[in-house]
Design a protein around this ligand. Sequence first.
Ligand code: S3P
Length: 202
Amino acid sequence: MNFKKITKENLSIKDQDILKRLQVMKEKQKGAMFPYNILLIGFMGSGKTTISDCLSQLFDMEIIDMDQEIVKKEDMTIPEIFKTKGEEYFRDAETNLLIELQSKTNTIISCGGGTAMRERNKVEMKKNGRVVLLTASPETILERVKDNHDRPLLEGRKTVEYISELMDQRRPKYEAAADIVISTDQKSVLEICEEIALKAAN
Ligand code: S3P
């Protein structure tokens, strides 16, 4: 799953067809594509940021990346927040931000991988819009996160075994929070966006 700015030249024939269908869907919609915000949840590396960028480009929606918002507010990186203030502090910042974002419309909210773990956050997310869970196999996740060092929970533990274990622990909470579930394995970004458009637009 790779995402470059969408131009006809960098798309496969299959993706060019998907793009045409999505453009027709958007035109028919006239105003906003979705009558509510879209919240993307899922494990680290499930593709939330990539899919947000693509949906935003396709449907002229604002993006709020919760991790980036918290980094801006705290003026610290995520590893720094975890190290100096602790995970609970970060989780409280997520809850407060979800409440603050309830005034938004036509927005894609890309949640952190752990946001859905708090019962309270599930409630606040549902007030914000429709919750879309992106899933991927532990092997795919490892491939996507292996060169990144911004995720304190995975530092020093980047193995398929650890990712599977944490994913199994988290799965019930992800599924309980989700209105829609989309598997991202072996799909192009546009295929995933089309699935979201078809499942979330009604
Ligand atoms: C976390 C996921 C991260 C970030 C923080 C904690 C988690 O977000 O919020 O490192 O608990 O799964 P991404 O899913 O965007 O990497």
